[in-house]
Design a protein around this ligand. Sequence first.
Ligand code: BDP
Length: 626
Amino acid sequence: MKQTAALLYPRSTAARQAVSLDGMWKFRLDPQGSGVAEGWKDGIGAKDTLPVPASFQDFFTDKASREYTGDFWYETEFFVPPEWKGKAVYIRFGSVTHRGTVFVNGAEITRHEGGFLPFAADITEAAHYGGANRLVVLVNNELSETTQPVGRTETKPDGTKIARPYFDFFNYSGIQRPVRLLALPKTTITDISLIPRITGDKAELEYAVETVVGTTVETAVGTVAETEADARLTVLDEEGRVVAEGQGAKGVLSIPNPRLWNVRDAYLYRVWVRLYRDGELLDEWYEDTGLRTVEIRGTEILLNGKSVYLKGFGKHEDADVIGRGYSPAHIKRDFELMKWTGANSFRTSHYPYAEEVYQMADREGFLVIDEAPAVGLFDSTSNFLAANRGQKKVPFFDKPGTAAELLENHLQAVRDMIRRDKNHPSVIAWSLFNEPEDTSDAAVPYFKAVFDAALNCDPQKRPRTFATVLFNRPDTSKGCRFSDFICLNRYYGWYVLGGYDMDIAEQALRNEIEGLKAQNLGKPFVFTEYGADTDGGLHKLPSVQWTQEYQTEVLEMNHRVFDRYDFIRGEQVWAFADFQTGEGIYRLDGNKKGIFTRQRQPKAAAFYLKQRWENLPENYKTPVQV
Ligand code: BDP
């Protein structure tokens, strides 16, 4: 998606207006795929309405609707004030999963592929000013091996399409994040990049503002573009005091008496950017950011030059009824629960989350591993079972005909994710894949392209990584060499040697880590997944698998091993809360590895984790400096 002023986080300022279009929209499934031919772009002819934003699947009481795969349509009406004539008018979607085509007043405005990042439709020409406008969105949720996340779409004998995800979460879809109508000036701020630098007790903020000149003037030589506008920056502290000012599209601001952004001790500065021409304000926008540095040095993860040990979770955006729909209530509850456990971090498994999640992480001082939607790059509809037992390997990147298109979509998602999230102090790393099959040579150029793109797009040059499955060990994986720190998803005590074999599982985990130690890679390792499915109502003494006692025992066993090795620099349990998956004999109405239930109440292991994490210092495993 080309960067435009409309992709910046939508906020109203003196120069911009952002109006919510969220609410009840008309909705219609299109099982015959006839909507295009029948001209639904001019009105979908539906009586049914449902809320936007939300996933559509869990509102209905019939299976055909819940499992629906294919095209489906939304429609709403909005009013554009007459005084917006002369402005650039857009509709901005937080996400449309997995792809959408936007029509306004019957005209196709834009198409977008990829279900977890924002895009905007420029409706300046198509809008009726001072009147009603019809917005129709054609959404499609089919999976393929060239789009992300990866899966396939099959057709049943009766012609019904069915999604076969190569990943372990329900294929929730729809208009899942907020929709905003925007009025923007024609000469605008299109982007800002911020790079904090800290030396001793001094802090600087390097910045680069991008703008477009969108107006023309009549001169003696004809119509030419207006002269460049002047960018001015003002940095405010949390009390609203001006602490620094700058002028020009690029510069370095020095921040006096800086308060650094620290883990679980955040401090945010508000950076206002204003565009002027001849003293007239043309545009203004702000970004909240923090002063902190992130770096990998040897086997340590350093925040502001100090070692930090990651404690936390892999998560999902997932809740009853709304599916993967944006829910500020769940965002709030999840942060409260994470704080209660003593966690300091999480991974946005397995896709970039709603922008508001990162804003809260910024505010709460959480460290985020931000993950691209590159999950399922492994040819199996139950990869988490086969791969976690080391049983099935399919050289995914060797597949003729799919890898090139997949890579193109992957690169787009990585670029769009980094452009969206690059200024968040909470984002400390990019995770560029989850559990890809990367043991063949064809993975090398693919990984190189993705890792290079991340480095090139990120002004802060954050560490890059990906989550590895059992067979991606540094000696078998072709991708690990690209990671600045190595993330391990491991299920010793669950998929590998569970139950009464726990002692053998512990030994097997130690053997694997001894092998890593012997390779002496000089990089930090983080466990980004470990855990056990657990029914929130089941207890047994002595434990058996699926009971709450067993979940705690698996965590204890893993921690006993992690605690022995200094190069293990983090533990993120799988998963924060129970979540919906497709149905099957290996899932009890979803994945139950949550430390919390899907309703966000604690299982017994939550109390154990709280006890452990509250007693682990943020710089756990750092030798005491005398
Ligand atoms: C891993 C996947 C994760 C699954 C988990 C599991 O990364 O998405 O939910 O296993 O099986 O393979 O619980």
